[in-house]
Design a protein around this ligand. Structure first.
Ligand code: GLV
Ligand code: MG
Length: 325
């Protein structure tokens, strides 16, 4: 390990994160009763300019009056380039800060953006005498944000997670997409011709680099990497495939832009019983190996060593966290 110790953000379950427009209060109760880990009440892109003020009021009322149970509650404020942002922060944190766990900052571009919101939230917390510190979730969804993702990830003690906002990222980078978070058949490789001259088209994941880049920045700073939206809510298989790709790269959770996606996210982002069982067997096998003075042994015909312990511990800890929820 490096001499530099990475401080970890609070360990919170973030398998699923449901987006709920602040302008549609009729959706709030259903979200509160769902099995989602995190709810973000949106003031940004799901809310039309004329509805922003009312959405803010709805959110303040909902945070104070609805029983959200043990869910983590977040608000997505408007971008720092808008005149809505300061009132989003001031009004909601002042009037409902006790029940607010997180603030989601969209289109964050530089570490200074984080600093600015940190300063505002810090002042309000002190003025109101809040005991709990509100955390930050950052959406990496612009070319600028991706370029500065390392500095953004390290910009505040409040930082808890980085989210890949694939829709705005596509707009910002001018990527050619068809649906939000989907893949494009033009991002493919053509195999060499076989003996009969046939060639196969292998679709690729055009989001791989961006997501992997964000995962590294998040983990190097002790934050949770979370995959963003998948727009086609009538395609659970497509959603599951996208969530699995993200999970394989190290993401801990994925957004749900429709309640039907919550169970899918929870399912994919929870370790399976078999994975947990194997992880526990690895820990037992390594404990025995250590007693016998060995650093590496074989389990089920495969090599395991001290790195396997660390991987197994992560899985077992996650399973315990889910069970305790
Ligand atoms: C989310 O905000 C996105 O742009 O994908
Ligand atoms: Mg966006």
């Amino acid at each position: 390990m490096s001499f530099h110790i990475v401080e970890q953000a609070p360990a919170r379950l973030n398998r699923s994160e449901l987006a709920v427009p602040g302008s549609q209060p009729q959706l709030f109760e259903k979200a509160a009763k769902s099995d989602v880990d995190v709810v973000f009440l949106d003031l940004e892109d799901a809310v039309a300019p004329d509805d922003k003020e009312q959405a803010r009021k709805n959110i303040i009322e909902a945070l104070n009056d609805i029983d959200w149970g043990r869910k983590l509650m977040s608000i997505r404020i408007n971008g720092l380039d808008t005149h809505y942002m300061y009132r989003d922060v001031v009004d909601v944190v002042e009037q409902a800060g006790e029940r607010l766990d997180l603030i989601m900052i969209p289109k964050v571009g530089t570490a200074s953006d984080v600093y600015a919101i940190d300063m505002m939230v810090s002042q309000i917390e002190v003025a109101k005498g809040y005991k709990k510190r509100i955390g930050f979730e950052h959406i990496i969804e612009t070319a600028l944000g991706m370029q500065n993702v390392t500095e953004i990830a390290a910009a505040s003690k409040r930082n808890e997670s980085l989210h890949f906002g694939v829709a705005d990222y596509a707009a910002s980078t001018r990527a050619r997409t068809t649906i939000i978070g989907g893949v494009n058949p033009d991002y493919a490789v053509l195999t060499d011709p076989d003996e009969a001259g046939n060639r196969e088209v292998h679709w690729g994941d055009m989001w791989h680099y961006a997501l992997a880049r964000m995962v590294v920045a998040a983990r190097a700073n002790g934050l949770r990497p979370i995959d963003g939206p998948f727009g086609d809510f009538s395609d659970p298989d497509g959603y599951r495939a996208a969530a699995k790709r993200a999970a394989v790269l190290g993401c801990e959770g994925k957004w749900a832009i429709h309640p039907s996606q919550v169970d899918l996210a929870n399912e994919v982002m929870s370790p399976s019983a078999e994975e947990v069982d194997r992880a526990k067997r690895i820990l037992v096998a390594m404990a025995e190996a250590e007693k016998a003075g060995k650093g590496a042994v074989s389990l089920d015909g495969r090599l395991i060593d001290y790195a396997s312990i660390r991987q197994a511990e992560v899985l077992v800890k996650k399973a315990e966290q889910i069970a305790a929820n």
